[in-house]
Design a protein around this ligand. Sequence first.
Ligand SMILES: Nc1ncnc2c1ncn2[C@@H]1O[C@H](COP(=O)(O)OP(=O)(O)OP(=O)(O)O)[C@@H](O)[C@H]1O
Length: 412
Amino acid sequence: MDARDEAPGDAGEHDDVGHGGHGDVHEHPAPAADRALDGVDHVVAVASAKGGVGKTTVSVALARALAADGLDVGLFDADVYGPNVPELLDVEGPVRATDDGAAAPVERAGIETMSVGLLADGGPVAWRGSMAHEALSELLFDTAWGHTVDTADEAAARDVEVDDDEVGRLDVLVLDVPPGTGDIPLTITQSVPVDGTVLVSTPAATALSDTARFRELLDENGVPTLGVVSNMDGFTCPTCGDSHDLFDGDVDAGDTLECPVLASLPFDADLRDRLAVDPAADGDDAVPDAAREVAAAVRERIGLDGDDPVPSAAVDVRGMPERPRREHVRAEAADTDPGGRLSVLDSTPPDPLLDVVAAGFGCPPDALDPRVRRHDDGRWSLTVERPVDGAPTDAERAAADAESGGPEVTGR
Ligand SMILES: Nc1ncnc2c1ncn2[C@@H]1O[C@H](COP(=O)(O)OP(=O)(O)OP(=O)(O)O)[C@@H](O)[C@H]1O
């Protein structure tokens, strides 16, 4: 059976032969991401715990939104079992070689792309397990990112000389990772220095709980999660205009996954057609607003929005055990003056600490406007302003207690 004949959603079956479940992942300590990707400044992985939830759609939408922002963008289709990116970007092989013999990415709509689909000529892909991973890694690392080679027609269309190869750098490379929670998606995200992962899930309870397990695996393996895109999140009937939930159960993706919801994308039957690149009109009108929101959040979180130094007074909790770090952050938050700012420095995305900061401020988390940044050296910071009308600081409370002769006893 060709791997593509397997049932959608049974993504775990795409794992290495004989390594189907979560537990096996830990028996294969993946290689550290110690190999830089030439020509690429930042790498963002788009991953899902299940197949068919819209990962490729989100990858293409994100790449198009980033390109529409004027960035140099690449999109690597690592989905060996369903390489759909070429179809959406309307590109096809053959892949040309640069003068150095590396594979030149194919460019369309300002996005440089490489995909097994460009090599496999639409035929079935029957790689399994480690074979697929090795071939994909080789393709990813052997692609001359930032270096496009035009045919005569393409050169004419772009008004450049045919032998005038363009060599540059990518600001960001989006990785469309194969679905599932097994070895391949994990090792793909580990074998390159990924700045962060965008998770894609439907708001269905089962999809979210699978995604939560996948997020844990990413955490355990040091792959940062930037947030989640909640896809097919509601449907508005074009006839009556009523909104409907498509899935049972009203589950909050952010709560379940303990990460920010970067955007919600409703079910939209025309989305694929709108996103697919029309060679006759390569404008960026097709980019949905939700994709622009995801792009803005990604840019901010991976530090693409310019020079952003670590706040000098940041509370450094790197390396602290979980409980003391939470107590420390809570105490610092309680000590922050209303209107004042608290910054926390961590080695992983510090989003889970927002609840702790809110508890210290004495306000609900959604009253806060957190700013999360990944700095160039890989550190993360969370900066939050304490609302002026929040609870009193510990110091104010102590002063008030002293004035009134001690804390009020509340009779319990
Ligand atoms: N928000 C949406 N509204 C309507 N259709 C959507 C939406 N998101 C994705 N789809 C459709 O769902 C199908 C699966 O989407 P997509 O290929 O992006 O999923 P995937 O997770 O990448 O799948 P695979 O596991 O095969 O890689 C496609 O036909 C796509 O057009």
